[in-house]
Design a protein around this ligand. Structure first.
Ligand SMILES: *[C@@H]1O[C@H](CO)[C@@H](O)[C@H](O)[C@H]1NC(C)=O
Ligand SMILES: *[C@@H]1O[C@H](CO)[C@@H](O)[C@H](O)[C@H]1NC(C)=O
Ligand SMILES: *[C@@H]1O[C@H](CO)[C@@H](O)[C@H](O)[C@H]1NC(C)=O
Ligand SMILES: *[C@@H]1O[C@H](CO)[C@@H](O)[C@H](O)[C@H]1NC(C)=O
Ligand SMILES: *[C@@H]1O[C@H](CO)[C@@H](O)[C@H](O)[C@H]1NC(C)=O
Ligand SMILES: *[C@@H]1O[C@H](CO)[C@@H](O)[C@H](O)[C@H]1NC(C)=O
Ligand SMILES: *[C@@H]1O[C@H](CO)[C@@H](O)[C@H](O)[C@H]1NC(C)=O
Ligand SMILES: *[C@@H]1O[C@H](CO)[C@@H](O)[C@H](O)[C@H]1NC(C)=O
Ligand SMILES: *[C@@H]1O[C@H](CO)[C@@H](O)[C@H](O)[C@H]1NC(C)=O
Ligand SMILES: *[C@@H]1O[C@H](CO)[C@@H](O)[C@H](O)[C@H]1NC(C)=O
Ligand SMILES: CC(=O)N[C@H]1CO[C@H](CO)[C@@H](O)[C@@H]1O
Length: 569
């Protein structure tokens, strides 16, 4: 082999083995605002709250939402349907989607035969409780690669799926930024040396306060979290995606009490002892709490609320308050007491909010004199803590550490970003021994600030191009690393004991894949149904979805399920 070819191969090998899995520890986390964004410039008040982003060439504006239980990123075009039971017309569909991507108008869209061929993740989670269409998303979506820009970062040749079926429930309709355990987006940022690790965190901000002075943008942090936005000690738990937990985001917590904090200083618990509720944290859901029916009843009784059914607006399923029959609308806060010891006090104006909906024209209308409570009763569905919880709590998901962490939130616009513990602890897959030396390999591109640098998708050719493009520096670093590795291995072999026989010098990687491949934890695809509306009886304080779920309507078309959703009340 020609020496130059050899060194290129070596460099690519090192790129694959080292930088493909080892984060750039000197990179800083990135903050991305979550804010009210006008979706269509020609329609006043066509507002959705989410992450403003740009896709394609020339760039098209879209609004995205972080999605913890999807690995791939899904973008809607004009042919991605909305649930007609939820969304009035095509204009409202387009606005609630956060804009429609038009791939035909983008010179950078490259169609692939399917999402996996585009370099996408091969699996989405199929645990019951996630949105009904998730198991078929990968196989049914139109797929390709695109340029995706989120807050100045630029992911090129990035794999996207374009849904061709109604897969969600229509309430959380924005374009999906997939942040699951095998997130292609986090992967792309880590590979490009843009963020220090595969972690993200979220604070939803404050909305509906009726004043722009007290409303506040939220933020998504990629690669770490915002130290200014947390208070007190952290509460860390392992991420557990196993089917047995019944929690499809991997984040199950136990709410052991809910306390009403009346204005006069009196606190009153509304949950009897031994009635703890296991909840799945689902920050993309539109409410505060999807709670067992009897607890919603106790809340209404204790607060003197008469409801008028459920909302069909933007906060769909929230309890509408009968404004004439409820003389004193509850003006106190609520405190969630988790079994971990964390207490989260949600202020009144973040869960008793004005009714908001979209007019047929695509304008968001807010009726300040019709209030609704962001709590919904669930009978057979798992209880969830949704986005309004994160007006008062702060969430970090650290895939490198396989954990998630909750804090009480400090609602502030101040910001101090720090890397997540997983990226510095060396727990990141494959970063045991060899990782250290790759720090500056990427600098050959001459990119000034790290936000301007280009991020390559995970497509094989993309990685190769990236490896080649960084040029001399990478080749040099590759040779250095290879020589370093060979010398170290020779040295170990001389010493004669601990060196493993295999060619890969990566104990942590071996451990990582072993953990990922526990035979018992493999999902039984044929058995599963990620169907929110056909779930076995809920058990308070017990497993959310007991095994042996019984008969499942696996063969039924999705339209049936959506109708069932309408009928469940
Ligand atoms: C847009 O919303 C604001 C505040 O909700 C309201 O004052 C204004 O009248 C709305 N504009 C239109 C064109 O509806
Ligand atoms: C992501 O991909 C991994 C590996 O294929 C899979 O185990 C997991 O269930 C997927 N979903 C999430 C939310 O992590
Ligand atoms: C985008 O494409 C559509 C047809 O697919 C066309 O009607 C429209 O004018 C195009 N928009 C732009 C900005 O090129
Ligand atoms: C992002 O990448 C595309 C394709 O490489 C390029 O055309 C565009 O100028 C880049 N944008 C930024 C802001 O770097
Ligand atoms: C999921 O991620 C792990 C660790 O990054 C990687 O080893 C594995 O190949 C990925 N699996 C899929 C299906 O992409
Ligand atoms: C790692 O991050 C630092 C700081 O942002 C940046 O200067 C450097 O280019 C990055 N290295 C790689 C390999 O991307
Ligand atoms: C949580 O606190 C412990 C102990 O104070 C610390 O070791 C750990 O790094 C913290 N985790 C996070 C995510 O800050
Ligand atoms: C505070 O208000 C609540 C609800 O109206 C009432 O039950 C309680 O007795 C009051 N406490 C005091 C000390 O007045
Ligand atoms: C509200 O309550 C009043 C008095 O009880 C009742 O007449 C009215 O029908 C209720 N309105 C709704 C929308 O439920
Ligand atoms: C706002 O809500 C009040 C109370 O339910 C209702 O009477 C009024 O008609 C609503 N206004 C609009 C514009 O829908
Ligand atoms: C380039 C860009 O849009 N940067 C923005 C990223 O988000 C922060 C807020 O979280 C803004 O301050 C930056 O201007």
């Amino acid at each position: 082999m020609h020496p130059m070819t050899w060194s290129l191969v070596a460099a690519l090998w090192v790129e694959r083995v080292v930088s493909a899995t080892c984060p750039n520890k000197t990179a800083s986390p990135l903050a991305v605002p979550i804010r009210d964004t006008q979706v269509d410039p020609s329609i006043a008040n066509s507002t959705m709250r989410g992450i403003p982003a740009k896709i394609g060439t020339p760039p098209q504006d879209i609004v995205m939402i972080p999605w913890p239980d999807l690995n791939n990123t899904y973008i809607y075009d004009a042919q991605s349907p909305c649930n007609p039971n939820v969304v009035a017309n095509d204009v409202v569909c387009r606005i609630r989607r956060g804009g429609e991507y038009q791939e035909a108008n983008s010179s950078s869209f490259a169609k692939s035969s399917d999402l996996v061929a585009a370099g996408g993740a091969t699996q989405e989670i199929t645990t019951r409780g996630s949105e009904a269409g998730v198991p078929k998303l990968i196989s049914t979506s139109l797929a390709g690669t695109e340029v995706l820009q989120v807050n100045g970062t630029n992911a090129t040749a990035f794999p996207i799926g374009i849904p061709r079926q109604i897969w969600d429930n229509g309430y959380t309709t924005l374009h999906v930024l997939g942040l699951g355990s095998n997130s292609t987006y986090l992967d792309a940022l880590v590979r490009a040396g843009q963020i220090p690790g595969r972690a993200w965190s979220v604070f939803w901000g404050r909305m509906w306060t009726g004043s722009s002075a007290t409303d506040m943008d939220g933020s998504l942090v990629l690669g770490g979290y915002d130290e200014e936005k947390v208070i007190g000690r952290n509460f860390t738990q392992p991420l557990d995606y196993s089917e047995e937990t019944g929690c499809w985001t991997g984040m199950k917590v136990t709410v052991s009490d809910m306390v009403l904090n009346f204005r006069n200083g009196t606190d009153a618990s509304i949950m009897p002892h031994n009635s703890a509720v296991q909840c799945c944290i689902v920050p993309q859901r539109q409410l505060l709490w999807e709670a067992p029916t009897d607890i919603v009843g106790q809340f209404e009784e204790a607060t003197g609320t008469v409801d008028a059914g459920y909302s069909l607006g933007l906060n769909r399923d929230a309890r509408l308050i009968n404004m004439t029959a409820t003389p004193n609308i509850f003006d106190g806060d609520v405190t969630f007491v988790l079994s971990s010891g964390l207490q989260v006090r949600v202020p009144n104006d973040q869960f008793i909010v004005p009714h908001a909906d979209f007019l047929d024209s695509g304008e968001r209308s807010v009726n300040q004199s019709q209030k609704e409570i962001l709590i919904a009763p669930v009978d057979s569905n798992p209880a969830t803590l949704g986005r309004a919880f994160f007006t008062a709590a702060y969430l970090l998901v650290d895939h490198d550490d396989r954990s998630f962490t909750l804090w009480q939130a400090n609602p502030t616009t101040r910001s101090k970003l720090v890397a997540a513990p997983g990226s510095s602890s060396g727990k990141a897959a494959g970063c045991g021994g060899v990782g250290g030396g790759q720090g500056d390999a990427g600098d050959g591109s001459g990119a000034g600030s790290n936000k301007d640098a280009t991020i390559q998708g995970r497509g094989v050719s993309a990685g190769v191009i990236a490896g080649a493009a960084v040029g001399g520096a990478a080749v040099l670093a590759g040779i250095v690393a290879l020589v370093f590795f060979l010398r170290r291995r020779r040295k170990r072999n001389r010493e004669g004991e601990m060196a493993p026989a295999g060619p890969l010098p990566q104990p942590d990687r071996a451990r990582g894949s072993a953990e990922g491949a526990v035979p018992g934890s493999m999902p039984k695809l044929a058995e599963m149904r990620a169907d929110e509306y056909h779930r076995p009886q809920e058990v308070h304080g017990e497993s959310l979805a007991p095994p042996g779920a019984g008969l499942q309507e696996t063969g039924r078309p999705l339209t049936f399920e959506l109708d069932a959703a309408e009928q469940r009340r």
